[in-house]
Design a protein. Sequence first.
Length: 186
Amino acid sequence: MSEKREKIIQASLKLFTQKGIDSTSTASIAKEAGVGTGTVFHHYSNKDELINECFKYVKEKLREALQEIDSDDFVDKAHAYWKSAVEWYLDNKAEAQFLSIYQHDPKLNNGKSFTITTEISDLVMKVIIEAKEKGIIRDFPIDYFCMLAIESTMLTAQYLLENPDADREKTIRSTCDFFLNGVLNK
C-alpha cells in the first residue's frame, strides 16, 4: 500500500470512529490525511469504496495478529487466539472500533454481519471446523460461533479499557474459559 493510501485509510479510521461514518466527509478525511480531496478520489472512486477498503485493511491487520498456533489441543489454541485478538483490540483501538461499527451496520455489511466474521481469519475458521468435525464443540453454525467469539473478545477488550486496574491476563483467560464452557461438548 502506498504511503498516501495508508494516510487516507488511517485518517478515515480515525474520523469514522470519532465522528461516525455518515458525519465524516471525504474533504475532512483529505484534510486529516494531509492530502487533497482529489487525491482521495484518485485512490478511491467514492466514500463507499473507501469504507470497504478500510474494512479490508482492518481485517488484514487482525488476520496478521492471529498467526497459526502450534498446538494440537483445541482449548490451548482457543486461549492463544482469544488472547491475540483481545491484545490486538487493545493495541488498535480505532481499528477495533471501526470493525465493530462495520459489523453492526447493515448498510455497510449488506446485512451479512455473521458472514463478515468468518472472513477475518482462515486459520481460526480451520480450527473451529476441525473441532466441530471431531465433536469437540457443539454443533451449531460456524458463522454464529465466530460472531459470538469476536463479540466476546471485543467486549473483553472493552472491559479492560474501562477497568485499567483489572488483572489483564486473568481477565482474558477467564472470559475465554467462560466462552468455552458454553461451546465445548462435555
